[in-house]
Design a protein around this ligand. Structure first.
Ligand code: NOJ
Ligand code: NOJ
Length: 453
């Protein structure tokens, strides 16, 4: 019996786990379709008939699991994707953003009036408070929301347009909340661990820096200075997350509550935080050695996924010890948003190194970089690869190719009709968990746009 199950899953695996079986022409066509379907399905989530305009449902799934709520984090990240896509269709994006702004401004005020905080992680789709038990507060939400709103304000100002009335007050409420709560223990983005989180701090630093710039331009130096100072304080706190011993960035420190199952201290939240909330020149950017060392270990840790074992292109989940299977608890699986994030990270590293024109090999980044060179080329610490040098060119090319191959896997595991759920099975590659997760489509669309595949 055991053998039979094993053989069946092996066959399934062989049929489903490699994109190699699809020719390049077919893959291109699938990617085209995914582009339009992801946008169509995301728009359908936002236009769902039984929600208040501006709410962003995490997924239309209303049971097993029930994701029919507005999560502040998912919404803020999804709306950033509409900003990234804005140059193609500014009217569509602005309509979306205005509705979302109104919804957020209302739920912020409702939370304050009803005695809770802006750290509420999720709301009912009619904009009322969700009062059931949940891991709260989650302080990445307000920072992510403010950040997207600030980026939008800057885009509008750049075009000489007026800012909608609610925009600045909504941003200020979030940034003021962030300033006064960033040191407090709160739940992580996966809603499981209470403590201080690297992902959350990066979102907070970024929103306050951008806020400081915006209010300086708006000639409000006092506010700008307060935000700048807090951003600097957060920046100083980031180095506490680096573990010299483990040679990686810890996702959480000073844990006070929640699950304690993440023995490896590896989490895709490090990759996603750096991807979403840093620029090339900053501490903990994607090409920061500490981030590279962490990503290298994280990637290796997912080798145990059956569907990774016969492919050079790996798919990622949240963290190796994960047991949330999308509905209940059994096995953790790869996630679309993690794998699309990994694709985007590789192509943006290539872009960043190309802009820099050189890479210095260090003990921390050596192993990561070695993956992208031909086996006989051995890198030495202290060596500098420069533009024009064959190793440098190989590195850039292979990073891009791997990014593309990783995106191909995202497309391959999505439904043939473009449906994209939260997860896909680590055993056979089939989708599972909340269907048409907004964050999955959003992660695919931004990677596709920013990498220009
Ligand atoms: C749903 C959460 O959002 C998910 O991240 C978590 O793993 C499970 N509940 C268990 O808490
Ligand atoms: C579970 C994820 O862990 C969390 O990050 C997300 O906000 C919710 N699902 C909703 O998608």
């Amino acid at each position: 019996m055991k053998t039979k199950i094993f053989l069946t899953s092996l066959c399934l695996f062989l049929m489903t786990s490699t994109t190699g079986a699809m020719g390049p022409g077919l893959l291109k066509a699938r990617t085209e379709l995914q582009r339009s379907e992801s946008l169509r399905r995301l728009n359908a989530n936002l236009d769902h008939p039984s929600i208040k305009p501006g709410a962003v449902i995490a997924s239309p799934s209303q049971d097993s699991p029930n994701y029919f709520f507005h999560w502040v984090r998912d919404a803020g990240l999804t709306m950033e994707t509409f900003l990234i896509l804005r140059s193609k269709d500014p009217d569509l994006s602005d309509r979306r953003l205005i509705n979302w702004l109104k919804f957020e401004s209302e739920i912020q005020q409702r939370s304050l009036q009803q005695g809770t905080t802006l750290g509420e992680p999720k709301y009912n789709v009619d904009g009322t408070l969700f009062t059931g038990p949940w891991g709260r507060p989650q302080n990445d939400g307000p920072a992510i929301r403010a950040r997207t709103l600030i980026l939008w304000a800057q885009a509008l100002r750049g075009e000489g347009r007026n800012l909608p009335a609610e925009l600045l007050p909504t941003i200020e409420r979030d940034l003021n909340y962030t300033i006064s709560h960033w040191t407090e223990s709160n739940f992580d983005l996966w809603e499981e661990v209470k403590g201080d989180h690297f992902f959350t701090r990066l979102a907070q630093r970024s929103s306050l820096q951008l806020g400081a710039n915006l209010f300086a331009e708006l000639e409000n130096p006092a506010l700008s200075q307060r935000y700048r100072q807090a951003a600097m304080d957060i920046e100083k706190s980031l180095s506490e997350f680096w573990s010299d011993k483990l040679q990686l960035i810890m996702p959480t420190i000073r844990q006070t509550d929640g699950w304690t199952h993440k023995a490896s201290q590896l989490d895709v939240a490090i990759l996603l935080g750096s991807l979403y909330f840093t620029g090339d020149q900053e501490d903990f950017s994607l090409i920061d050695d500490r981030v590279l060392s962490s990503i290298q270990k994280l990637r290796d840790s997912f080798y145990f996924y059956e569907i990774n074992q016969h492919s050079d292109t790996w798919v990622l989940g949240r963290y190796p010890e994960d047991v949330y299977d999308g509905v209940g608890f059994s096995y953790g699986h790869p996630w679309f948003l993690a794998t699309a994030g990994w694709a985007e990270a590789q192509c943006r590293m290539a872009q960043a190194w190309k802009r820099a024109g050189a890479v210095m090999i260090t003990p921390l980044n050596q192993k990561f970089l070695q993956n992208y060179l031909w086996a006989p080329a051995r890198l030495r610490s202290g060596e500098i690869l420069r533009q024009g040098d064959p190793h440098f060119e190989t590195l850039i090319r292979n990073l891009r190719d791997q990014a593309q191959d990783t995106m191909d896997r995202v497309v391959f595991h999505a439904g043939r009709n473009g449906q994209m759920d939260e997860q896909f099975s680590r055993f056979n590659g089939y989708m599972r968990g909340a269907w048409d997760l907004s964050w999955s489509h959003s992660a695919f669309l931004r990677a596709d746009r920013l990498c220009q595949f």
